[in-house]
Design a protein around this ligand. Structure first.
Ligand code: ADP
Ligand code: MG
Length: 361
């Protein structure tokens, strides 16, 4: 890791407003390491595409500066930034063959014929399309067209590749296989990728790190596992994966643990993640797979409740129960014979460890 530039791409205090009033990106500070696969993840309208467009050079920051490999880029036009781009709607040239589509960025860069041929061959091989050079885009499937778009973004050896929801138009199976393909291309080339998606499972699968966007702000910047296991606020906890939530008031704090009185009057011991004072309101957040049936005595939180619904999912089973005024409380249990004798209407004992229940702001 020693020689890798940790701030190969750098956003420094970047604001963006389209109308001179509302900031759609607010004081963005973000370092992207050389060779990293970094994903901007967030709901629609949260500022992801705007951030990418500023890096590409199609939009200008209202304040702040963006640096590429140490140099400010605001005065460099898009085509001189050495950045490849892939969009959701392929944007291939429809009247050019696959080969000519790939040749385009190389001719713009005035490469010689031999080098152009060599690069196109290598790149088409990489996306498993070596037999397709003579096809027109309309003669390809959606997945193949998107592989051509990826090849075209990579063929000139860009320093950075930007991808904005590139798999959004593909069906689920194809999208998943393309996720693996893009990830393996990234690993092979070691190119820096800045990827945009609103799909959390796609972000978790592909990224080295994820920046969670909401309303023009980065809410959390972490590895996929940290984001899932240790969300730092309730927006991130709700956005990534599934959660049971309760609201309550902080009654006691000691070390990293807190006692919370829920709105229904029960006491829950939780991990004090972003609460610091007695009397503070908090959102508790608990993953369905962290809830245990018939927990051991040393598990801090114990409750009894009635099973409302049992939903079979093959590899796991979901139980819906009514707990502490939450009628949508979900348990996710591995499919094992432990559950074979539970039916709707049964009373069960359940519980969870304080370290799995996060008290967030
Ligand atoms: P995302 O990609 O996360 O969905 P965008 O960056 O596209 O979000 O949009 C962020 C906000 O900026 C939205 O409120 C959107 O309506 C607004 N916006 C995006 N592009 C433009 C534009 N060209 N002119 C004016 N407003 C825009
Ligand atoms: Mg967008």
């Amino acid at each position: 890791m020693g020689n890798i530039k940790q701030d190969f791409v750098k956003f420094e205090n970047v604001d963006k407003s389209y109308d001179g009033k509302v900031l759609v990106v607010k004081d963005l500070n973000l370092d992207i390491a050389e060779g990293e696969f970094l994903t901007l993840l967030g709901p629609s309208g949260s500022g992801k595409t705007t951030t990418l467009m500023m890096l590409a050079g199609f939009e200008t920051p209202t304040n702040g500066e963006i640096y590429l490999d140490g140099s400010p880029i605001s005065s460099i036009p898009p085509y001189k930034r050495g950045i490849g781009m892939v969009f959701q709607n392929y944007a291939l040239f429809p009247h050019l063959s696959v080969y000519e589509n790939l040749a385009f960025p190389l001719k713009v860069r005035k490469m010689d014929k031999v080098e152009i041929e060599d690069r196109i061959k290598r790149t088409l091989d990489m996306v498993s399309l070596s037999e397709f050079g003579n096809r027109m885009p309309a003669q390809l499937s959606g997945g193949q067209q998107q592989r051509v778009a990826v090849a075209r973004a990579l063929v000139f050896d860009p320093a950075v590749v930007l991808m904005d929801e590139p798999l959004g138009a593909l069906d689920k199976n194809l999208r998943e296989s393309m996720q693996y393909e893009l990830k393996s291309i990234h690993e092979k080339l070691g190119v820096t990728v800045v990827y945009v998606t609103h799909d959390q499972s796609e972000a978790l699968t592909m990224s080295n790190r994820i920046a969670v966007f909401n309303d023009g702000n980065v809410q959390q910047l972490s590895s996929p596992s940290d984001l899932y296991e240790s969300p730092s606020n309730s927006f991130v906890a709700q956005f990534i994966g599934e959660n049971n939530t309760f609201t309550g008031i902080v009654k006691e704090i000691s070390g990293d643990k807190a006692l919370i009185q829920t709105d229904s009057g029960e006491t829950i011991k939780a991990k004090a993640v972003s609460v610091s004072s007695i009397g503070e309101k908090t959102n508790l957040s608990l993953r369905p797979e962290r809830v245990m049936i018939n927990p051991e005595n040393d598990v801090e939180n114990h409750f009894e409740c009635e099973v409302k619904e049992i939903i079979y999912h093959g590899d796991h089973i979901r139980l819906r129960v009514n707990l502490l005024n939450n009628s949508e409380f979900i348990l996710k249990i591995r499919n094992s014979d432990k559950l074979s004798d539970v039916s709707t209407g049964d009373k069960i004992k359940l519980g969870w460890s304080s370290s799995d229940c996060r008290a967030l702001d």
